[in-house]
Design a protein around this ligand. Structure first.
Ligand code: NDP
Length: 298
């Protein structure tokens, strides 16, 4: 029997994920805070446009959420239009937000009282992998619950990893993104330095990318987005700032000496403040160039 699925949060990554669900063997309802986006999606993909989170959740086997932060999910639980008003016993909330473990645990505990399952299931791979349906999905929660929703995850995910109990998916995602942030920042510092020392950044990357200093940032992000000065807007700097902040918070909670992660959180907060809500994460490079008074590209 095919599952009825609701998808809430049709943003940069949510919309392509929901597109795969619309193409799959599911009855799909969509809800978005800005209703016009959900209406346009429903018309284009033959989904049902729900008027509220409660209406989307009513009768759904799986409710997928993809919002900026866990607090956005928590805020939609209550009230006559909230998720809890629609979720039935036995349903599962699959939260693909890159969230924080503490809030996810609170949400899971509240849903458990209503007999509703919860998985934190952040994704990685960016908009490109979301469009291709090849996201990596890192899941926290109960293995049996994961098995039940697996067909839904498989519609947009290629690699699905059960990371541990509720909150484990969020923690892995936050640390991964802290590493991404570190790579972007350190690569930018290195290339600005080399540029000031008279080395063409393309030449520098040619060496680094066959040497031990390489990373996804040096191999893909810098050649495609920085050297070209294209800086496409696919993943907001505000969201990466949030992710590094979560990693820093988890490290503090676990009492891990983590000067690099804490500093990276501060640096990305400063870049976010300077560049605003709509800047892409790779545009942090412009902030570093500004500090140095030197662009990377000749
Ligand atoms: P966007 O900012 O593009 O979209 C956010 C979505 O959430 C929109 O649908 C927005 O609705 C909705 N929303 C925002 N605030 C609220 C709120 N308070 N209540 C209800 N709905 C709200 O974000 P992304 O799609 O890029 O990111 C979503 C999540 O996925 C984030 O946690 C992000 O860190 C993560 N992620 C993103 C990746 C990317 O490449 N973009 C990669 C991997 C993970 P509205 O249309 O009204 O603004």
């Amino acid at each position: 029997m095919s599952l009825t699925v609701a998808f809430l949060g049709l943003g940069a990554i949510g919309a392509p994920m929901a597109t795969h669900l619309a193409a799959g063997p599911f009855g799909l309802r969509v809800w978005n805070r800005t209703a016009s986006r959900a209406a346009a999606f429903a018309t284009e993909h033959g989904a049902v446009h729900a008027a509220s989170p409660a209406e989307a959740a009513r009768g759904a086997d799986v409710v997928v959420t993809c919002f900026p932060v866990s607090a956005d999910v928590e805020a939609l639980l209550d009230g006559p239009e909230g998720l809890l008003a629609g979720l039935a016993k036995g349903a599962v909330l699959l939260d693909c937000t890159s969230g924080d473990p503490a809030t996810s645990k609170r949400i899971a505990a509240r849903l458990a009282k209503a007999g509703v399952g919860f998985l934190d299931a952040p994704v990685s791979g960016g908009v490109k992998a979301a469009v291709a349906g090849t996201l990596t999905v890192m899941v926290g929660g109960d293995a049996a619950t994961l098995a039940r929703v697996r067909p839904v995850i498989d519609a947009f995910g290629e690699k699905v990893v059960h990371c541990g109990a509720v909150g484990a998916g969020d923690a892995v995602k936050a640390v991964n993104n802290a590493l991404l942030a570190l790579h972007i920042w350190s690569t930018a510092e290195g290339l600005v330095t080399l540029r000031k020392a008279g080395v063409d950044p393309a030449v520098a990357l040619d060496v680094i990318n066959t040497s031990s200093g390489r990373s996804n940032s040096s191999m893909n992000l810098f050649p495609e987005r920085v050297i070209t000065r294209a800086f496409p807007r696919t993943f907001r700097l505000a969201l990466l700032d949030k992710d590094v902040g979560i990693a820093a918070q988890v490290a503090r909670e676990q009492q891990v000496p983590s000067p690099l992660i804490q500093l990276t959180a501060e640096l990305f907060q400063a870049a976010h403040r300077a560049l605003g809500e709509e800047a892409d994460h790779v545009e942090a490079v412009k902030f570093i160039e500004g500090l140095a008074g030197q662009e990377i590209v000749p």
